[in-house]
Ligand binder design. Sequence first.
Ligand code: ZN
Length: 231
Amino acid sequence: MAMTKSDLPAQQECVPTPRGRLVAKQLDRTFCGTDTVIIDSHVEQELNVMTPSLEYPDTVIPQFRYQYCPMCKTQLIRRAMFDDNIPLVTCPSCKWICTRSNLTAAVSVATCKEGIVTILPSTLPSETPAALPAGLIEYGESPEEAAVRETVEETEIIRCLGWSFYRNFAGWPGPLVYFMYETRVIGRNLRGSDEGEAKVYPLEAFPDIVCPERSGSWGAIRAYLAGRSAE
Ligand SMILES: [Zn+2]
């Protein structure tokens, strides 16, 4: 959902106190038509106690609602920078652009002779205690590498089961694109993960054993079982 210019609040309307308003006016003047913004430490201190003035759509989770430039600490603004006219959050001083995109994750249906490897986080309900090995894909890492790294045992990739989109606007980590893989366990010793113990369940236990609230695990096991029944 793109914000239009009329959605954007004027700086002066966003600050609650006369003191804050004064700071906002100073900033407005500084921002006009200049490439370099210098904010002295007195003004910067005032900014830190102001209500955040850069508003975000509800779909942006609180952790991603940047107010200040992470590179030079200048207060961020929103303006169209490219010919698509979509307003972007950017730094008027150093030109840093806030490029948020959906995070990506990999989830693995790791098979072995005895069944499928699961993780048992203590937070899941006892009737559906299992999740599949999964995790965020690191910057610069391929989805396949993440799927192998997150699996609790040495594995090899068998095939990609597709991808799914988890429309999560409730909190960290926000909207997620999951890449789903079937992998095969090579080693012999399951080692668990930070989240919980590893346990192998026989194929017949699936999908009932998997917690439906684990959207990545739920999507991957369904894709795996659908592929098996189609064969
Ligand atoms: Zn900056």
